[in-house]
Write a protein that binds this ligand. Structure first.
Ligand code: ATP
Length: 370
């Protein structure tokens, strides 16, 4: 019997609107599954809170996140909410949680969704996952780089054997339980780097190869990041699981989202060995906030990822079923094409999309492949 405590951080901009939808969906699905209980504690964190109080995330919220079984985050940050030294306030929440809870792997599924017009005309089915190293790489020093006399600026890339091994293991484990790449069903993990130019990336690749050697039932591939951006457009069906250093993972996962319908559909998870944080890949979208026009689908699919992660972690079929139900309901709404939000060319509101997903939960079966 799964009984989970979740901390919800609705956050800024469209965060509260899409979190509201996700929590209603979560509520509905747990009501339908007697073996699953999820209690949610919502906490106020983010740029708005920082403006009001001077603190983006109080210690009490951080500790609640530490204790929680999982964290569900809407969107944190606003472009003009910055510390006097220029750092965006969202780092006080997102980076803090990522680093302190060692959420070292960013998981971003990329798949063609039914009813969503192909961005890439005539492209075959796309179904891969980007695994991004989350706490090292070029972002490790964050704002700790140097600026010498306004003439020279440097940032240091950090690649460790341990950090690279951990994220590569996650990628191979993921490949082992997926069905393989759309092109031919082959399971293959692709390492994306720039090993031909920087020794740090050559090192990343060498550690990847060591991990790959221990998984000889799964294929391996290497692609330079510049070529990768072209292949994501030209032959996306040849990818299954892709693993990359922090900054490269950031960039290729945004490009990936654009090839399958855009940010409003892009779910993501930041996970480590003990903790998991689930949030849409997009930001707080202040340009459309407060108007009930955001697409809540990425948030709802991230909620499904959370339940799936909990289900696997705790060997809990009810949580796995809940994940599959939510995923299938969101996909059914997209496929029917009757409720379409503005980002996908329609005029349905965020709340109408939420209602449609709730209705679809009531009329379908489980079993969407995840
Ligand atoms: P961040 O740096 O915090 O990730 P960003 O600068 O990448 O944020 P987003 O907030 O992700 O920006 O928004 C980018 C664009 O995508 C905006 O025009 C925004 O309106 C749109 N967008 C983002 N999320 C959604 C959504 N859920 N529904 C509809 N449009 C969205």
């Amino acid at each position: 019997m799964g009984n989970y405590s979740i901390v919800a951080l609705p956050g800024d901009g469209i965060g509260p609107e899409i979190t509201d939808v996700a929590l209603r969906v979560l509520d509905r699905v747990t009501a339908a599954l007697p073996d699953l209980t999820v209690s949610v504690a919502s906490h106020d964190a983010g740029a708005e809170r920082w403006r009001r109080t001077g603190t983006a995330m109080p210690e009490e919220t951080f500790e609640a996140c530490q204790r929680a079984d999982a964290i569900l985050m809407g969107a944190i940050g606003l472009p003009d909410a910055r510390h006097p030294d220029g750092r965006e306030v969202n780092g006080d929440v997102i980076f803090r949680l990522r680093f302190a809870l060692d959420l070292f792997a960013g998981i971003r599924p990329v798949r063609s969704l039914p009813g969503v017009p192909d961005t890439l005309a005539g492209a075959p089915r796309i179904d891969y996952v980007v695994v991004r190293e989350n706490v090292e790489g070029l972002y490790a020093s964050r704002t700790g780089g140097t600026n010498v006399r306004g003439e020279v600026a440097t940032d240091t890339i950090v690649i460790t054997a341990n950090g690279t091994r951990k994220v590569c293991e996650i990628a191979f484990d993921l490949a082992a339980r997926r069905t393989g790449r759309p092109q031919d069903g082959r399971r293959v993990v692709t390492c994306v780097d720039k090993a031909n130019v920087l020794s740090s990336y050559a090192f990343f690749r060498s550690v990847f190869d060591e991990v790959a050697d221990a998984h000889d039932d799964i294929g391996r591939d290497h692609v330079y990041v510049d070529a990768m951006t072209a292949f994501q457009v030209q032959r996306p069906e040849t990818f299954d699981v892709v693993v990359a250093e922090n900054m490269f993972g950031d960039i290729i996962s945004d490009l990936a989202a654009a090839t399958v319908g855009g940010l409003g559909l892009a779910a993501s998870a930041d996970v480590g060995y003990r903790h998991g944080m689930f949030q849409p890949a997009h930001g707080s979208a202040p340009d459309i906030a407060g108007r009930d026009v955001a697409n809540p689908t990425a948030m709802v699919l991230s909620t499904a990822m959370m339940l799936d992660w909990l289900g696997r972690r705790h060997d809990d079929q009810a949580a796995l079923d809940a994940a599959a139900m939510i995923d299938a309901a969101a996909l059914r709404v997209l496929e029917r094409g009757e409720t379409v939000t503005a980002d996908l060319g329609g005029s349905a509101s965020c709340s109408a999309m939420g209602e449609a997903i709730l209705a679809a939960l009531g009329d379908g079966t489980t079993g969407a492949a995840r």
